[in-house]
Design a protein around this ligand. Structure first.
Ligand SMILES: [Zn+2]
Ligand SMILES: [Zn+2]
Length: 298
């Protein structure tokens, strides 16, 4: 197949645009989309310190590469990375993320569940089983990354979520009937470092190709405990449906954004948790989880 723009060999076909693209035109298209997302959301401004939440997987590694190049000429923007070792034996090796950051000339802060919480995900699974491990791990990781980012003066936390992740999340909220999550407004919360998702309009397979073209040595395995049943189902249904209706994932992401705009002032009071100091609502999920997994009564 030939590139529809220059007749060189194509590396990808985009069903939603009907275009075959060569490597150069694919990269140009990809980066234009990520830049447009940043521009339309006003996600980057002078004197920003942007930290990429770097897992060492394809999405966050590709994001670090993209932001590194985007900000190379910007003396007014600082770029760094934060990686968290959740303590998952044989899977998450923080030296992988550190190596990727170093190869891009970016500093990388490393934090671990063991040091911060005194418990690893392996220990949580050994005690509680693995049915809740993804949600527990996610809550604890978000809380830890937010604290590190805030303590280091980070003004924007960059997350590698792609179009598929975002569309799945919206559909999962619909299927669970979770209106509160759908209309959760995008507003500033004291103590919460604002998050940016430059790849949110880019399909997962294109992020994978972009990572493959630019970054060496990223993690290809999935977490051994990652079997969130609902997300796996939703992923399957959505991929099947999208193969016949190519713009579906975009439609869902737009829907999620529209709901967010409708949310207005909804969302309840947020204050700093008396125990851990992180912003939380009526109760602190992160502290609840820690109490649950550290108690002997479990
Ligand atoms: Zn081309
Ligand atoms: Zn707390």
């Amino acid at each position: 197949m030939r590139c529809d723009k220059c007749r060189r060999g194509a590396v990808i076909f985009q069903p939603y645009s009907g275009l075959h693209l060569c490597e150069a035109h694919f990269v140009a298209d990809f980066e234009a989309k990520a830049k447009r997302a940043i521009r339309t959301h006003h996600w980057m401004k002078s004197n920003d310190h942007i930290a990429v939440a770097l897992s060492g997987g394809k999405d966050s590694s590709a994001l670090l590469w993209f932001l590194k190049n985007l900000t190379a000429q910007r003396k007014d923007i600082t770029l760094s990375a934060i990686t968290v070792d959740e303590g998952i034996g044989g899977y998450r090796d923080p030296s992988l993320a550190v190596r990727i950051a170093k190869s891009l000339g970016t500093g990388c802060l490393v934090a671990s569940f063991q040091d911060e919480y005194g418990v690893t995900v392996d220990e949580i699974v050994a005690k509680k089983g693995d049915s809740c491990s993804c949600s527990y791990c996610g809550v604890l990781r978000r809380s830890l990354i937010n604290r590190i980012a805030r303590e280091h003066g980070v003004t924007k936390l960059a997350l590698g979520f792609n179009l598929d992740d975002e569309a799945q999340s919206v559909l999962m909220n619909v299927l669970r009937g979770d209106a509160n999550r759908l209309i959760r407004p995008q507003r500033h919360i004291d103590g919460m470092v604002p998050r940016i998702r430059p790849f949110m309009y880019i399909p997962e397979r294109e992020v994978a190709l972009y990572a493959h073209l630019h970054v060496e040595g990223f993690e290809r395995e999935r977490c051994p405990y990652a079997h969130n049943a609902l997300r796996a189902d939703v992923r399957g249904v959505l991929n099947d449906y999208t193969s016949r209706h190519p713009s579906t994932k975009y439609s869902l992401v737009r829907l999620g954004e529209r709901f967010g705009e409708l949310g207005g002032a909804a969302g309840g009071e947020i204050h700093a948790c008396e125990q851990c100091g992180e912003p939380c609502g009526a109760s602190c999920r992160s502290c609840q989880i820690l109490q649950e997994v550290l108690s002997n009564a479990a």
